[in-house]
Write a protein that binds this ligand. Structure first.
Ligand code: URA
Length: 262
């Protein structure tokens, strides 16, 4: 292969990786993860014994107690922001460009909790500013709400997972004390849980978003304070599945009705 052809082939391979979501360099040197491990790294087993089962995910995860302590120690939103920004318990901070805390009006009656920043949010350091955020704004505008006046927005994770992958259970468990404290300090009247990751984490539910959405639930905080919460489709899902907008509209009307009644 001549040099120009080889260069074109390498660029094509790189473009394919970016399209597949591998858009972050995690290490200085590439690692062939599909190659067989070197013999000396294969764990030895004594005849007649089996290898230990993987250790189940502990609760709280590593760093979880520190996160819970930092969250509990924050008595204002600004203190919480500073505590989260200083928290070094997650490797996601190494790959993210920006820490993404919140946007909108602190103390607003409606608080939205999404999943994690995407590429645009990571660039700007603000939640829901990409295409799904624009849809979210239009959805709220349809019931007379906006982040300039009466909506406050955050995510379960304050850092973008590399390549926009779904957050792991351990990452969610690590940041959950911060999110619960965030809710307590922002003290909204209603929570909107955007998407399955947010709904399952905040409600500690096993069911998926299909079963959870469309009705009211309760989120109980560390100190027993209870918040009314409505799970709904994530706007990114609505962009891919426009038929589901009908459900999201029904969820928004439920929110609007409760805001009037409450
Ligand atoms: N998706 C989310 O869940 N949150 C954002 O901030 C952006 C996209």
């Amino acid at each position: 292969m001549d040099a120009a052809t080889e260069r074109d082939a390498l660029i094509a391979a790189l473009s394919w990786q970016v399209a597949m979501g591998a858009d972050e360099a995690m290490l200085d040197e590439p690692v062939a993860r599909t190659a067989a491990p070197p013999a000396e790294r294969t764990p030895a087993t004594t005849p007649g014994t089996t290898r230990a089962a993987p250790v189940p995910l502990r609760k709280p995860p590593p760093g979880g107690e520190l996160a819970a302590g930092l969250a509990a120690g924050a008595s204002t939103l600004e203190e919480l922001r500073a505590a989260m920004q200083a928290f070094e318990g997650s490797p996601l901070r190494e790959t993210a460009t920006n820490f993404v805390f919140a946007d909108g009006v602190p103390g607003a009656p409606v608080m939205v909790i999404g999943e994690a920043p995407g590429a645009e949010e990571d660039r700007q350091g603000k939640p829901f500013v990409g295409t799904s955020g624009q849809l979210l704004d239009r959805m709220f505008a349809s019931i007379g709400l906006s982040r300039a006046e009466n909506v406050y927005i955050t995510n379960i994770l304050p850092f973008r997972p590399p390549g926009n992958r779904t957050p792991t259970d351990a990452e969610i468990a690590l940041f959950l004390p911060f999110v619960l404290r965030h809710v307590r300090l922002a003290a909204p009247r209603f929570l909107v849980l955007a998407g399955g990751v947010s709904a399952k984490a905040m409600l500690q539910a096993r069911e998926g978003i299909t079963r959870l959405r469309g009705r009211w639930h309760q989120v109980t905080n560390q100190d027993g304070t209870v918040f009314k919460a409505i799970p709904t489709w994530h706007p990114a899902y609505l962009l891919r599945n426009p038929m589901a907008k009908r459900d999201a509209w029904a969820d928004l009307l439920l929110l609007q009705r409760n805001m009037k009644d409450d």
